[in-house]
Design a protein around this ligand. Structure first.
Ligand code: 5GP
Ligand code: MN
Length: 343
């Protein structure tokens, strides 16, 4: 049995909306990850099976290793189909905001969502949700939005309507947001849910292989290169890796190739805080990814120095400047947080 995490009144409210709605749009965050696509498609399959006209729209492309997911071909990319997407968002009865807590996380799509007269629901697990939806289902204690989507569907009384395809998407989001159940994954209920998803016929071992073991040769060589240039800061229990645009082109970099890199330095004994700086190929900025183990608040560090945020152990931000400036700022940050890092 699952604990009733989500407030009953919110579930009843959402269920009523769905009964009456015809056109539903599901939106998720920029540079969508496994949980963004997994939760969106998990909900999409459920609503699609209910014969609703439902579309998933994300701000930009998602990595190849998620493209096997059932329904992923129907995901609309806002940066390529803005006009059509704007129409759908404006004409929707419901907009579901999944896996993000603030409008700026959906880039240019934010103004279309804000302007839409649709009823809006947020289903998310990032702390400090903005008040942008009529129903806010925000649970930072839950490790993935996909898990929340599963809970939501079940609590509305539709567990039996979850099909294998939807279950695969939900499982993928739960798996990727916990690094294959290696962090934020001690809740017993996660494994109860996995057992329920297995009852739908999913092959969890195959999903793992499809997500984590389908990279290109050049991606593995890039990983070796990035790691060989890693900076380790033993006095702070920290490490930093970086990737410039020039280096990306040397290794035929494609979107998603550096996914997971930021976690690798955490496998060094006594390294509890890891930073990955990557020059963006689309915007003139450096994308920052931060990860920690234990109590070190990555999200505070990201907010303090890189105009970002996120979870305690996984956060990110952006920096407009050069790689060496970003490194300097990171090192200043280490000094400021030295005490916490050594706790
Ligand atoms: P990643 O390192 O995988 O890009 O992001 C990890 C987490 O950090 C995301 O799930 C999200 O919560 C947060 N995050 C990443 N980039 C940003 C950003 O630019 N701004 C904010 N507020 N959060 C971010
Ligand atoms: Mn997530």
């Amino acid at each position: 049995m699952l604990t009733k995490v989500v407030d009953q009144a919110k579930i009843d409210h959402f269920a009523k909306w769905i009964e009456r709605a015809e056109n539903i749009v599901i939106v998720s965050h920029v540079s969508p990850d496994g949980d963004a696509i997994g939760s969106s498609l998990g909900l999409w399959h459920f609503l699609d099976d209910m014969d609703k006209a439902v579309t998933v729209i994300v701000p930009n492309a998602f990595p190849d290793f998620l493209k096997w997911m059932p329904g992923s071909r129907d995901v609309l990319l806002y940066d390529r189909h803005k006009e059509y997407a704007d129409k759908l968002i404006a004409g929707a009865d419901i907009v579901c905001c999944l896996d993000f807590n603030a409008l700026k996380r959906i880039d240019d799509m934010g103004s279309a969502v804000a302007a839409s007269h649709a009823r809006k629901v947020m289903v998310d697990h990032h702390p400090y949700p903005e008040n942008i939806c009529d129903i806010t289902i925000s649970h930072p204690e839950i490790s993935s939005t996909s898990e929340l989507v599963f809970r939501l569907i079940c609590r509305m009384g539709y567990f039996s309507d979850i099909a294998k395809e939807g279950a695969e998407c939900i499982y993928t989001g739960m798996m990727t947001d916990t690094g294959g159940f290696t962090y934020n994954s001690n809740s017993q209920e996660i494994y109860f849910i996995i057992s329920e998803l297995l009852s739908k016929g999913i092959d969890k071992d195959e999903i793992y292989r499809k997500v984590y073991n389908t990279y290109s040769e050049s991606r593995l060589r890039l990983m070796g290169y990035v790691l060989s240039n890693m900076n380790v800061y033993p006095g702070y229990g920290a490490a930093l890796i970086s990737l410039t645009k020039e280096e990306q082109s040397k290794f035929d970099y494609i979107k998603g190739d550096s996914e997971g890199f930021v976690n690798i330095p955490l496998s060094i004994k006594n390294v509890c805080f890891s930073c990955f700086l990557r020059e963006d190929t689309e915007k003139a900025m450096i994308k920052i990814s931060l990860r920690s183990v234990g109590k070190f608040p990555c999200n505070k560090f990201a907010a303090d120095f890189f105009n970002g945020g996120g979870h305690l152990n996984a956060s990110g931000g952006e920096f407009f400047g050069s790689m060496s400036e970003a490194m300097e700022i990171f090192e200043k940050g280490l000094e400021k947080y030295k005490k916490l890092l050594n706790d």
